[in-house]
Design a protein around this ligand. Structure first.
Ligand SMILES: Cc1ncc(COP(=O)(O)O)c(C=O)c1O
Length: 394
C-alpha cells in the first residue's frame, strides 16, 4: 500500500472508507495524485470546490488576506466578514447573517434560531419537521434532524424534538404539524439522499402551509445553494422565500465556511445566545467574498443551467444505450444516474482507473457535482469515460 494510505489506516479513527488515491494538487476541474496521474474531478470536494481547484481569484484573496489578518475571533469587527454578509444579503431574500464553519453548524444554528423563535413567538413550540431521505449533518442535533436510519441508529437515544415525514408530500407535513411545531426544514433537492427532486409545486405548498400555521420554513441550501442547481439559491426556482436558509459547501470554494441567514422578523437571537470562535474569520470570508463575487459577476448560475442541460443530454444518450440506467435525476450541476443494481461503487472504482472522479451517492446511483466552471469539453470527456466503463457491464 502507498505510504500515506498506510499511515492513514494506522492513525485515523475508522469513520470512512476512502478511495485508493492520494491527491496532492488541483487546478480547475483537474486533480493529480502522488504518482502524477491526472483526474477529471466531478466530485469537487463534495460540491465544495465551486470555482474548481485553486481558482486565481480565490488563491489571490487567500494569499493577500493571509498576509494581512487571519483571525481575530468575533469579539471584534472585521472587514471581509461584513463585506461578505452585505453581498449575501443584497443578493438573497434574507436580511441577517450568522457565519460558522460547516454545513452541520449552519443547520445547528438555524434550528436553535427556530427553537428560540418558538419560545418567544409560538408559546414554546420546539418541534421541527424534517423529511425521510434528508441529510442535515453529523452533529447530534443534525443527526436527529436527518431522516436516514443509518446515520441515526448508532446514536439512539437521539435529541428530542424532530418529526420525520415523507419528502415531496405537503399532506404528510400537514398531518405531522401540532401546536408544538416551530418549523419545517427541507432541502430544495435532497442531495445526500440520492439527488431526489420533488414536484415543482412542493416548496410552494410547504410555504403556504407554514404561512397558514405561522411556523418557519428553513431551507437547507448547503448543497443546492451558490449556483449549484442553476440559480444563485435553489428557492428562486420554486417561487418561494424561506424564513431561514443555510449555506456552506460552495460558499468558499474549498475553505471551511458556513452561514445561516434569516428574515428580519425571524432573527430573534439576543447577544450571547449563539456564537462561534472561528465563524466567519477574515481568512475564510476573503475566500467566500471572492467566490460569491465571481459567481455573481460572471452569471455562473446561468452557465450552470446551460452546462447542466448539455450534460443531461449526454447522459440521456447513455441511458438509451445501457438498459441498467433507470433514470437521470437532478438540476444544474447536481445530477445523478439511477441504476437497476447496486453497482455504483464498482463503477466509481472503474472511473477512477480511467481518470474520472464520481460519487456513489447510493448503492444504485452515481452522483455528479463538478466545479461550476466546467466546460463542454470536460463534460464530453467525462461522458466518454463513463461510456467506456458502462460498456464493460454489458
Ligand atoms: C444538504 C446538506 N446539509 C448539511 C450537510 C452537512 O454539511 P457539513 O458536512 O459541512 O457539516 C450536507 C453535507 O453533505 C448537506 O448536503
Amino acid at each position: 500500500m502507498e505510504k500515506w494510505q498506510g499511515l492513514e489506516q494506522k492513525l485515523f479513527m475508522r469513520t470512512i472508507n476512502r478511495l485508493p488515491v492520494t491527491l496532492v494538487r488541483g487546478q480547475g476541474a483537474r486533480v493529480w495524485d502522488t504518482e502524477g496521474k491526472e483526474y477529471l474531478d466531478f466530485v469537487a470536494g463534495s460540491a465544495v470546490n465551486s470555482l474548481g481547484h485553486c481558482h486565481p481569484v480565490v488563491t489571490k484573496a487567500l494569499t493577500e488576506q493571509a498576509q494581512t489578518l487571519i483571525h481575530t475571533s468575533n469579539l471584534f469587527y472585521t472587514v471581509p466578514q461584513v463585506q461578505l454578509a452585505e453581498l449575501l444579503v443584497d443578493n438573497s431574500c434574507l436580511d441577517r447573517v450568522f457565519f460558522c464553519n460547516s454545513g452541520a453548524e449552519a443547520n445547528e444554528g438555524a434550528m436553535k434560531l427556530a427553537r428560540r423563535y418558538g419560545k418567544l413567538r409560538l408559546k414554546g413550540a420546539y418541534e421541527i419537521i424534517t423529511t425521510y431521505g434528508s441529510f442535515h449533518g453529523r452533529t447530534l442535533a443534525t443527526v436527529a434532524a436527518t431522516g436516514q436510519d443509518k446515520f441515526q441508529q448508532p446514536y439512539i437515544p437521539l435529541l428530542d424534538g424532530f418529526v420525520h415525514v415523507d419528502y415531496d408530500s405537503v399532506e404528510a407535513i400537514k398531518a405531522a404539524t401540532t401546536s408544538q411545531t416551530c418549523a419545517v426544514m427541507v432541502e430544495p433537492i435532497q442531495g445526500e439522499g440520492g439527488v431526489n427532486v420533488p414536484d415543482d409545486s412542493y416548496l410552494k405548498k410547504v410555504r403556504a402551509w407554514c404561512d397558514e400555521k405561522g411556523i418557519l420554513l428553513i431551507l437547507d441550501e448547503i448543497q443546492t445553494g451558490l449556483g449549484r442547481i442553476g440559480s444563485l439559491f435553489g428557492y428562486e426556482q420554486y417561487g418561494v422565500e424561506p424564513n431561514i436558509m443555510t449555506l456552506a459547501k460552495g460558499l468558499g470554494s474549498g475553505v471551511p465556511i458556513g452561514a445561516f441567514l434569516a428574515k428580519e422578523r425571524t432573527s430573534v437571537f439576543a447577544p450571547g445566545e449563539h456564537g462561534s470562535t472561528f465563524g466567519g474569520n477574515p481568512l475564510v470570508c476573503a475566500a467566500g467574498l471572492a467566490t460569491l463575487k465571481f459567481i455573481i459577476d460572471n452569471d455562473i448560475p446561468a452557465k450552470v443551467k446551460k452546462m447542466g442541460q448539455y450534460f443531461i443530454a449526454g447522459l440521456e444518450k447513455l441511458k438509451a444505450k445501457f438498459s441498467f440506467i433507470t433514470e437521470i435525476r437532478g438540476r444544474g450541476l447536481l445530477l445523478a444516474l439511477g441504476l437497476t443494481d447496486n453497482i455504483a461503487e464498482e463503477l466509481v472504482l472503474a472511473c477512477l482507473k480511467e481518470g474520472l472522479l464520481v460519487n456513489p451517492v447510493k448503492p444504485d446511483a452515481l452522483r455528479f457535482m463538478p466545479p461550476l466552471i466546467i466546460t463542454e469539453k470536460d463534460v464530453d470527456e467525462a461522458l466518454g469515460i463513463l461510456e467506456i466503463v458502462l460498456a464493460r457491464r454489458l
